[in-house]
Design a protein around this ligand. Structure first.
Ligand SMILES: [Zn+2]
Length: 235
């Protein structure tokens, strides 16, 4: 019997955050991650590419850039209390929603058995970066593939049993329907973001991120918030 049928979903004890590039999670959900780890929940990161094309510096090679960005991601995750990071090291800018990528993500979902999965909203209109679209749609498809044992029987046969999370949170949603109050963790989010020094080109990035969280929370009476589209698989 799949493990998911036994879940109560009461405490959402384990989260799996799946992002295209180093820093995607810090921009979008680091306040929520910090809140969860403070509450004793386990958070694991999957980073699909190492961001090896994300620079305008002509002297940086992709290899060198990937090494810098992985170091930055490790430091940011440590600041947030993230338990583990898995770097998949696919090529930056070249992710596609293939069956192989879906199986890889489904395998990781079966391995980590998360109660909540957090990733990019692939349906956000005018989202230009192909990696963000590819990761978002692949994670959604992988949740389906991970939850029934007749999908990916090769994984089932080596002990990776079918699992179903309780909830899926999508960041960057055009129509968010769930807010996380990050008033207690906004400073921790900013500190985690500061670890991504190679990506922070605008001198006023702190003010911009702070204002974004203020604008997100204000209509709902929160000082600072992050917004998501939440899809529930609770029975
Ligand atoms: Zn990105």
């Amino acid at each position: 019997m799949p493990e998911s049928t036994d879940k109560t979903c009461d405490d959402l004890a384990r989260a799996l955050v799946i992002m295209a590039h180093p820093d995607d999670a810090e921009f979008t959900c680091a306040g929520t991650v910090a809140k969860w780890t403070r509450a004793g929940r386990q958070v694991h990161y999957i980073v699909c590419t190492s961001g090896d094309k994300g620079t305008k510096d002509p002297d940086l090679t992709p290899h060198h850039l990937a090494a810098i960005r992985e170091e930055e991601q490790l430091a940011a995750a440590q600041m947030l209390g993230v338990e583990t990071i898995t770097f998949l090291r696919h090529k930056d800018g070249e992710l596609e929603a293939t069956k192989e990528f879906r199986a890889e993500i489904a395998m990781l979902i079966r391995r980590f058995k998360p109660d909540v999965v957090v990733t990019h909203d692939p349906w956000r209109p005018y989202q230009l970066h192909p990696d963000h679209r590819a990761v978002g749609i692949t994670v959604c498809d992988a949740i389906v593939a991970a939850r029934d044992h007749l999908f990916l029987p090769g994984q089932t046969s080596i002990g990776l049993e079918a699992v179903e999370p309780c909830e899926l949170y999508l960041w960057g949603a055009a129509e968010p329907d769930h807010l996380e109050d990050i008033s207690e963790t906004i400073e921790q989010k900013l500190e985690a973001l500061s670890k991504h020094a190679s990506q922070l080109r605008r001198p006023n990035w702190r003010e911009r991120i702070r204002q974004w969280a203020i604008d997100t929370g204000a209509p709902h009476g929160m000082a600072y918030a992050e917004a998501f589209k939440r899809i529930s698989f609770r029975r």
